[in-house]
Design a protein. Structure first.
Length: 408
């Protein structure tokens, strides 16, 4: 078990839709609100917008709005790190050595120490809104390399080419160039001119368990002063959400309090290692309750995406896999995704998939729902051969499909 460095569901829908440019979920009725900072356009690595599905409660991006200014925590933040030995990663991130013992918990670790450990790696990010920068939105970022690379959410940087980045202990912001952004995965890479930053240490995915203690750190509501520090636990792993720009999968669900402005900030374990990048919060409406339900992009999703963002910054184009189906959730309570439409001549059509097939697996991995399948296909490449496990007419079957390229 090693350690490794590095919200918005849209409008109500009542009928299945079919998008010939991407695999899409079937709509379900939903009530949703988005913050004023929610309009997001790609900057760098580009993906077309995806359709939107409700999940029974509203999901909003955790990004602050309208002129709030973030800060840092503690004028004398300790810059000490976990004493565990580290080894370099292929991405240039801080990587801790494998653990032979259970990770620490808040029963044995002071939260103030955890906050001090991650604090030097947490930065405030602001981007202008509107012509001439009228109005601003605020978010959070995490330092990933000593020479100025910072990861944050794509919805924090929006369509900006340059954002303002304020480091711990500094009163003046620095210009940060948005190297690349992927709205579908809600991640962006920013670089500032620096050479001595304190990069965060990231925990390996296998080190995270449901029930583990975690701390969320970020510039909640863009309030002046230090970042907010809230504690909670890992409530669930491998959650999937459909957003206005695509599907977020492999999410960490937590009950640690998360507010607007936390977007792009770290979710850390009791050792101060980053286990996720905060991205979304749920809220209740009408007769639906949603208390303390927040989501963070897991390290498992973050690491390959960081590499892709770096490639995109150099001009590389990374195409998505394409199946050519319309999807809906199962209605019988089981896991999987129901195919409700198939594009003629698409990979799904040529591979022998049929309407009403329930996809329950892809290449041996269980498909939990329609969003899960969408993300799994998107993260593969055109030309890849995939084995699709389906339930058809009450029986199990397999079909082999060659993924295609999604149309622009």
């Amino acid at each position: 078990m090693a350690d490794i460095d590095l919200a918005d569901l849209g409008a109500a829908r009542l009928h299945a839709t079919f998008d010939t440019t991407h695999d899409v979920p079937s709509p379900r009725a939903s009530s949703v609100a988005s913050p004023a900072s929610s309009p997001v356009m790609p900057a760098g690595r580009r993906r077309p917008n995806h359709r939107v599905r409700g999940v029974g409660a509203g999901i909003v991006l955790a990004c602050g709005v309208a002129g709030f200014v973030g800060a840092w925590f503690g004028a004398e933040l300790a810059r000490s790190r976990d004493a565990a030995p580290r080894r370099p990663s292929t991405l240039g991130l801080e990587v801790a050595a494998p653990r032979d013992v259970a990770p620490p918990t808040f029963a044995t670790v002071d939260i103030a120490d955890v906050a001090a450990r991650i604090g030097p790696s947490v930065v405030a990010i602001q981007r202008p809104l509107g012509v001439g920068g009228a109005g601003e939105s605020s978010g959070t970022g995490v330092v990933v390399t000593r020479d100025g690379e910072i990861v944050t959410n794509a919805h924090v940087v929006g369509d900006a080419d340059v954002v303002n980045v304020r480091l711990p202990g500094e009163s003046e912001p620095r210009p940060g160039a948005v190297l690349a952004a992927d709205p579908a995965n809600d991640l962006a890479l920013v670089r500032i001119d620096a050479h001595d930053l304190e990069p965060a240490v990231f925990a390996a995915p296998d080190d995270l368990r449901v029930g583990d203690d975690v701390v969320a750190v970020g510039f909640s509501l863009g309030l002046d002063g230090d970042p907010s520090v809230t504690r909670g636990i890992v409530a669930a792993l491998d959650r999937s959400l459909t957003t206005g720009n695509g599907v977020l999968n492999g999410l960490v669900q937590t009950d640690a309090a998360i507010s607007s402005g936390n977007s792009g900030g770290p979710l850390v374990d009791a050792a101060g290692r980053v286990v996720g990048i905060t991205t979304a919060i749920a809220y209740g409406y009408a007769d639906t309750a949603a208390n303390s339900v927040g989501f963070a992009i897991s390290v498992a999703e973050l690491l390959p995406e960081l590499a892709a963002l770096r490639d995109a910054a150099l001009g590389a184009v990374v195409p998505d896999g394409y199946l050519g189906v319309g999807l809906a959730p199962r209605r019988d309570g089981g896991l999987g995704a129901t195919i409700v439409q198939i594009e003629a001549g698409s990979p799904a059509d040529l591979g022998g998939l049929l309407v009403d097939d329930v996809v329950v697996g892809l290449d041996g991995a269980a498909v939990l729902g329609d969003a899960d399948l969408m993300a799994a296909v998107r993260d593969r490449r055109p030309g890849e051969l995939v084995v699709v496990d389906i339930v058809r007419d009450g029986g199990r079957a397999q079909r082999t499909v060659v993924l295609g390229a999604r149309a622009d």
